[in-house]
Design a protein around this ligand. Structure first.
Ligand code: HEM
Length: 225
């Protein structure tokens, strides 16, 4: 108990928590993308994948609650670290203007807040069906939730597709810095591997964002029908 308490209280401990929770959230993004891109294999494939995910309610809700807890720890720890950084600076509450920090590093708080807003919208859109209720009720010829049609009707709207595409650009910058500082916080980034880790972070972030963006874009452009 004391170890957990001191982990949350020390700066290094909090960075460690950011790295571990960030890594887990990144893991979710990889799995989520691997599921989403099955839309390119046709309606049957993505609908059966979605049905499989929902087939065991205990596993589904265990996963959802676990993910929500990890996201909550990530966000509250980030808020604590940010407030600490601002308080330590002579020019209190000013933005991070370190000229040597990359654009991604300087905008982590802003990109994080935008992503939080995007995820809230995304859950209201595809999970809860609040923003576009009509798309939630389609069923396919096997009586399963027609996720394929749900995505088609969602992303055919240019405003919705545009929102997702804009969010993917923000996600790219957040992931790019997040992934490379993850290695740093876990003590895995040394002089020898620093450049390699930077490249790996950029390529991985690009793959996630282009992969997700491709779904919205190909539907918007009627390539996927
Ligand atoms: C074009 C890209 C994306 C598509 C097509 C997509 C699709 C979906 C769909 C269909 C669901 C509903 C699952 C369900 O309740 O049946 C979902 C849930 C979710 N998505 Fe996405 N997603 C995309 C990008 C993202 C991104 C970038 C994030 C995070 C930054 C994200 C985070 C989530 C979360 C947290 C859930 C809730 C998980 C759950 O309900 O169990 N998604 N997504």
């Amino acid at each position: 108990m004391n170890i957990v308490k001191s982990l949350f209280q020390s700066s290094i401990g909090r960075k460690y928590i950011m790295a571990v929770t960030g890594g887990l959230l990144f893991g979710f993004l990889v799995v989520h993308l691997a599921g989403n891109v099955q839309i390119f294999l046709g309606a049957d494939r993505i609908n059966s994948y979605a049905a499989l995910l929902k087939s065991n309610l205990l596993v589904l809700w265990g996963f959802r609650l676990g993910l929500a807890a990890i996201a909550l720890i990530h966000i509250t720890t980030a808020t604590g670290l940010t407030l600490e950084n601002w308080a330590a600076r002579p020019n209190r509450y000013a933005a991070n203007t370190d000229p040597y920090a990359s654009f991604s590093a300087r905008t982590m708080v802003v990109s994080g807040v935008i992503l939080f807003a995007f995820i809230t919208y995304h859950l209201l859109h595809f999970t809860l069906g609040v923003t576009q209720p009509g798309i939630m009720h389609h069923v396919d010829h096997l009586g399963r939730h027609d996720v394929y049609r749900m995505m088609l009707e969602g992303f055919r709207n240019p405003w919705i597709a545009g929102t997702y595409l804009a969010a993917m650009i923000v996600l790219f910058f957040h992931l790019r810095h997040g992934l490379s500082s993850l290695f740093q916080s876990l003590g895995l980034k040394n002089q020898k591997f620093a450049k390699g880790i930077e490249y790996l972070a950029v390529i991985t972030a690009l793959l996630i964002c282009v992969g997700n963006g491709a779904i919205a874009l190909t539907i918007l452009l009627r390539i996927l029908k």
